[in-house]
Write a protein that binds this ligand. Structure first.
Ligand SMILES: [Zn+2]
Length: 376
């Protein structure tokens, strides 16, 4: 399994296994990939954080002094959305150089490419630093699969991490963090004809929303990632027109940069929005960043230069990835996000991936493995 045709076929096989999350159901896809890796000589362990919610950790090679290289990708995909598709999302149709399907870009092509490259290199990896492949369930809803691996101490060592998320094969040196909060306003209900007898929770929530709109981050902007952002995603309150609402809930999506301290930010917001609302954290994923002058990052830049037609410069992604929980487990080694999918196709109707990029990423990953394991 080394040719790009094999890798397109593997992507297609994975697209046919429905892993839409929720509910996820990654088990069949994980077992399918696990068998391929086992046949290639990897030692494969599966870990489920719930029924059918299966992630894999697979290893090959390994020496004591230099840690393995980690490749990671998730196998869950997002729902199809309300708009009808013009292509079958689960058939793996190809047309005019594109492979269509839910997850073709985000990110079954990336998982297929890392598997194909690893399998192709496997016969050479005995008594080398080797590889740790981490194939996760449930990334899309907040990295639950990866966090479960972290909690179970299911991860080994890694000296560098490649996250095969869609980047059109442009290596990103990090991504923003995400701090998702819920703010709850509490009131006292009363008949809508006697509002003076109650306390209106929606008025409190509205004041909090206005403060959030006006919120300015005090941390310095990051030289590559820029500044953090805040977005109010939902606001729910009230039961009917003729009652004073006694509860309103605000969902807040904050995307952070490395100059933000999550704990301090949460405390600052809780202070500023009090007493109108009480704030709690729903999800806390740290940003990931590697200095672009890191030697291994420069190696990756060099490998990608002929494929991109230019030497990459330091760029980062706005979305979060499993690199955040994995980085915690591995002690924050240098990390790049590099995958064949098209970032602008992620989560879209009629999602596709370019066949040429799949072939390129298999070649690039093999070169990255070769340098880490055989030339380092
Ligand atoms: Zn993804």
């Amino acid at each position: 399994m080394a040719t790009s045709q094999d890798c397109v076929q593997l992507t297609r096989d994975m697209l046919r296994l429905n892993t839409i999350n929720p509910p996820g159901n990654e088990e069949a896809c994980a077992m399918f990939v696990g068998r391929i890796l086992e046949d290639a000589g990897f030692s494969v362990r599966s870990h489920s954080f719930g029924p059918g919610r299966t992630s894999l950790v697979a290893n090959i090679g390994g020496v004591s002094d230099k840690p393995p290289l980690c490749f990671t990708g998730h196998i869950d995909v997002v729902p199809l959305g309300a708009a009808p598709w013009t292509r079958d999302p689960f058939a793996g149709e190809t047309d005019a150089g594109k492979l269509y399907g839910r997850g073709s870009s985000d990110m079954k092509s990336g998982v297929a490419a890392l598997v194909c490259a690893s399998v192709a290199m496997a016969p050479k990896l005995d008594r080398t630093p080797g590889l740790e492949l981490v194939i996760t369930a449930s990334e899309e809803t907040g990295c639950e699969g990866a966090f479960a691996l972290l909690k179970e101490k299911a991860l080994g060592r890694a000296g560098a991490v490649v996250v095969a998320e869609p980047t059109s094969n442009y290596p990103f040196v990090g991504h923003k963090g995400a701090l998702w909060l819920r703010a709850r306003a509490s009131g006292v209900t009363a008949h809508g004809s006697m509002p003076d007898k109650g306390v209106n929770a929606i008025y409190k929530a509205a004041r909090a929303v206005q403060k959030l709109e006006a919120f300015r981050f005090q941390n310095p902007a990051h030289p590559i990632m820029g500044q953090a952002t805040v977005n109010v995603g939902t606001l729910h309150g009230g039961l009917n027109i003729n009652s004073v609402p006694d509860e309103a809930l605000i969902a807040i999506d904050i995307r952070t940069v490395p100059t933000v301290n999550h704990k301090a930010l949460l405390e600052q917001l809780a202070r500023q929005l009090a007493p109108d609302v009480a704030v709690e954290s729903l999800m806390d994923i740290e940003p990931v960043y590697t200095e672009p002058d890191d030697a291994w990052v420069q190696d990756v830049f060099e490998i990608m230069t002929p494929m991109l037609g230019e030497r990459p410069v330091a760029r980062t992604a706005t979305y979060f990835t499993d690199a955040a929980p994995l980085g915690k487990a591995y002690g924050n080694p240098p990390t790049v996000i590099l995958g064949p999918g098209e970032p602008q196709m992620a989560h879209r109707t009629d999602e596709y991936c370019e066949l040429e990029r799949i072939a390129q990423s298999v070649a690039a990953y093999q070169e990255i493995i070769d340098r880490w394991c055989l030339k380092g």
